[in-house]
Design a protein around this ligand. Structure first.
Ligand code: GAL
Length: 424
């Protein structure tokens, strides 16, 4: 019996060795073939933190596939301000990058609906990923049972970052409500300190402040109904939100319109502003400056949004018509792996999209964000492409741009209402 078993084990061993050999042969041959081309990874990750995360992810990939040439095709401009336009031109010209950064939800669905993306159900199956990502995220990358992208991260959009030293020296508590915010802001202003750092050279950081106010004022359920058209943009709560936004704009730095988003985080880092409302890409940026959470900077949910989590998720998929889909799938496999996500996210400031990542790789901020993501009400970000179609977002950004200088609430509400025709 024993001998029979060991004979069986030997056969099994030989068989598995043959299989491994075949597997590695096919990997090598396909990678040397594709090594002639290049794997073009398209994103807008060029700032401190985000660029570091991407580099770390590419490194994991290159260690596994040294023969595949990678081109980091990042186009500068936070939130994809420039990259999205470049991508659109390329997609329309049937010249897609091998894979590209795209927010889960409405933004990804633009490409899915126009028939430009390939489903990736086979890749999920092959890697046993069906239960490795939260359902809310899977819904954002799926349509009619087909999965079109792999989420690499989860960012939180409703965070207020503050300079610890300024708050301590002035005996202030980070604000949890708008009342708190304005009290704190008045005290800071009286001391000659800019209360709220804003960096809206590209307008979306201002749009983020507004969406966070909407979330606070409407609550998560009604906030979501804005995007289905159930709650109109001239409803009293939206008007109130615009009033609060207007009041907040009275506490910002004069040079806001000449600063890129990370320069807003920098203002807080340098003590030139006490607070900044920004997604936790700011955490990645602070990480790149080697600043320490809870020492150099603190954070709370943006006013009125404790218990809510404004979800921003970056995903990557497989466009139709790419030269070497096999190589792209290899990259996506690394991007969706625990190893890949745990190399990327600690540098990026985000938490892993996977539910089974190694928590010990994340610091006090990351651990807190993971906990909140599990218990909070999750809402999609408008400013980061998930809540509504790009055409609507473009119009909202234009309206916000005008509002930041003119501060005309009625005109702002009218523009939002007019634009809402684009909500489908
Ligand atoms: C967001 C993106 C983040 C971060 C940020 C700033 O749209 O989801 O990953 O890169 O822009 O560029």
């Amino acid at each position: 019996m024993k001998r029979k078993l060991s004979l069986f084990a030997a056969i099994l061993l030989v068989f598995s060795l043959i299989l491994t050999a075949c597997g590695s042969k096919s990997t090598n041959s396909s990678s040397s073939k594709s090594g002639q081309g290049k794997l073009e990874i398209f994103s807008w990750w060029t700032a401190g933190g985000e660029a570091d995360g991407l580099k770390a992810l590419i490194k994991v990939f290159q260690n596994k596939y040294p023969d595949i040439k990678v081109q980091n095709a990042a186009v500068a401009g936070g939130a994809g301000t420039n990259a999205k336009a470049v991508l659109a031109t390329r997609m329309q010209g049937n010249d897609p990058p091998s894979t590209f950064q795209v927010h889960g939800g409405a933004e990804l669905m633009t490409w899915v609906n126009s028939g430009k993306m390939q489903p990736l159900n086979d890749l999920y199956k092959k890697n046993g990923w069906e239960n490795k990502f939260p359902k809310d995220l899977m819904d954002m990358v799926s349509k009619d049972g087909k999965i079109y992208a792999i989420p690499v991260d989860i960012h939180r959009g409703n965070v207020l970052w503050y300079n610890k030293k300024i708050f301590e020296e002035n005996h202030l508590q980070p604000p949890k409500t708008f009342d708190d915010f304005f009290k704190v802001a008045d005290k800071l202003k009286a001391k000659g300190i800019t209360p709220l750092g804003l960096a809206d050279k590209e307008i979306w950081p201002a749009t983020m402040i507004f969406e966070n106010i909407l979330l606070a004022e409407l609550g998560p359920d009604k906030y979501k109904e804005l995007w289905t058209g159930k709650i109109p943009f001239d409803s009293p709560k939206v008007k109130e939100s615009a009033e609060i936004f207007k009041k907040m704009l009275g506490y910002i730095n004069d040079d806001h319109s000449s600063r890129a988003w990370q320069d807003g985080s920098q203002l807080v880092a340098d003590g030139k502003a006490a607070m900044n409302i920004m997604g936790d890409f700011a955490k990645g940026y602070y990480e790149s400056l080697k600043l320490k959470p809870n020492k150099d900077y603190g954070w709370v949910a943006s006013p009125g949004t404790e218990g809510d989590f404004m979800v921003i998720t970056d995903t990557f998929g497989l466009p139709k018509g790419v030269k070497d889909p096999g190589d792209v799938k290899k990259f996506l496999t690394v991007l969706g792996s625990v190893e890949g996500q745990d190399a990327f996210n600690p540098k990026k400031g985000s938490i892993p999209a996977r539910v089974d990542a190694d928590q010990s790789k994340y610091d006090v901020y990351g651990k807190a964000a993971m906990k909140d993501f599990k218990k909070d009400a999750l809402t999609p970000s408008l400013a980061h492409g998930s809540a509504a179609p790009e055409s609507y977002l473009t119009k909202v950004n234009q309206a916000v741009n005008v509002f930041v200088t003119q501060k005309n609430v009625d005109q702002f509400i009218k523009s939002l209402k007019d634009a809402s025709k684009d909500l489908k």
